[in-house]
Write a protein that binds this ligand. Structure first.
Ligand SMILES: C[S@@+](CC[C@H](N)C(=O)[O-])C[C@H]1O[C@@H](n2cnc3c(N)ncnc32)[C@H](O)[C@@H]1O
Length: 311
């Protein structure tokens, strides 16, 4: 048992699954209360390790996991269970964080590594904490790719919903947004985003590359769509999962300026048609889709605007 103030203990499950089942099984682990997951590729299989709080009902978790594996047609998987003392996650995580070219023009790199860039390229430094957004995940990379294609990026008022490390808010500021608001429900993310904004924008040249106004300083707030109700944005970046996004689609539509664009990410390719239907019901229409591996990202606008544009 963990003792308050001393080392924490976690349940650990370890097992191997075929690569194509990783997303599904990882989601299931999170639904069952997993607070951390690690995947390693090994001889065509993915070795998954999932950690759960010591209070979790592990008999129930293992039962559900076994049922899901059978439903996926995966038989005879041995699940190794154990208890583990807390590790220094941030230190471990730092060892694996290397510069990553998220798009051919945008590199995201650790704050302690310098990356030389050519004119027109953007380097974003990230101090990794426990917040998501070091540029290595397809869902982040797809938003950056979609942002590069948004014609109205320069001079836009931008909302980064679920900012995590702040990587997209920083990108928006560096790509010419006029104003940026970044929100997240997680206090750790809010603090990490503020730190990364400081790191990237404090010493960078004050004027925008196109010679426009001063670079904006993203405003970071803890919360979700409700804290920006009544405001209008030309660009909304929303890298969240579909089950989080769906209930807020109508509210997001209301935050959009007439010609505004929302970039949704964190969607699996197989969710595309269902999500497109949810967009329609919320008065939004998909205008562009970007794909990478199992992930997709889509740009959408208000239905009346997108249809008028197509007409
Ligand atoms: C997948 S990460 C995206 C991080 C970063 N924007 C990126 O693209 O790399 C999603 C973030 O959304 C936050 N989040 C989850 N649900 C949310 C909600 N309902 N409203 C605002 N933020 C939320 C999480 O705390 C997490 O930091």
């Amino acid at each position: 048992m963990p003792v308050a103030g001393l080392t924490r203990t976690w349940h650990r499950l370890r097992f191997a699954v075929p690569r194509q089942a990783v997303e599904e099984i990882s989601n299931l682990c999170f639904e069952q209360g997993s607070c951390g997951l690690e995947t390693r590729e090994d001889a065509g299989l993915s070795q998954l390790t999932a950690w759960f709080p010591v209070e979790a009902n592990m008999a129930e978790v293992r039962h559900r996991l076994a049922a899901q594996l059978i439903a996926e047609g995966i038989d005879g998987i041995a699940i190794e269970a154990g208890l583990e003392e807390e590790r220094d996650w941030i230190r471990e995580w730092r060892r694996f964080f290397k510069p990553v070219w998220a798009t051919p023009r945008i590199v995201v790199h650790p704050s302690w590594t310098r990356v030389d860039t050519n004119p027109g390229e953007i380097a974003i430094a990230i101090e990794p904490e426990m917040a998501f957004g070091t540029g290595g995940h397809e869902s982040t990379q797809l938003v950056l790719e979609a942002m590069e294609a948004v014609p109205s990026m320069v001079g836009s008022a931008c909302l980064d919903l679920g900012t995590g490390s702040g990587v997209l808010a920083i990108a928006a500021a560096l790509m010419g947004a006029r104003a940026v608001v970044a929100v997240d429900i997680d206090q750790i993310a809010v603090e990490n985003a503020e730190r990364n904004i400081e790191l990237n924008l404090r010493s960078s040249p004050p004027s925008l590359p196109h010679g426009g106004e001063r670079r904006p300083w993203p405003q970071v707030m803890r919360g979700s769509v409700e804290i920006v109700a009544g405001q209008r944005f030309d660009l909304i970046l929303a890298n969240l999962e579909s089950q989080i996004l769906r209930p807020m689609l109508t509210q997001l539509g209301e935050l959009l300026s007439a010609d505004g664009v929302v970039i949704f990410s964190g969607l699996l390719a197989r969710e595309r048609s269902g999500f497109r239907q949810s967009l329609r019901e919320a008065g939004l229409t998909e205008s562009e889709v970007y794909a990478k591996g199992d992930w997709i990202c889509c740009a959408a606008g208000r239905t009346s605007t997108v249809q008028a544009g197509r007409g």
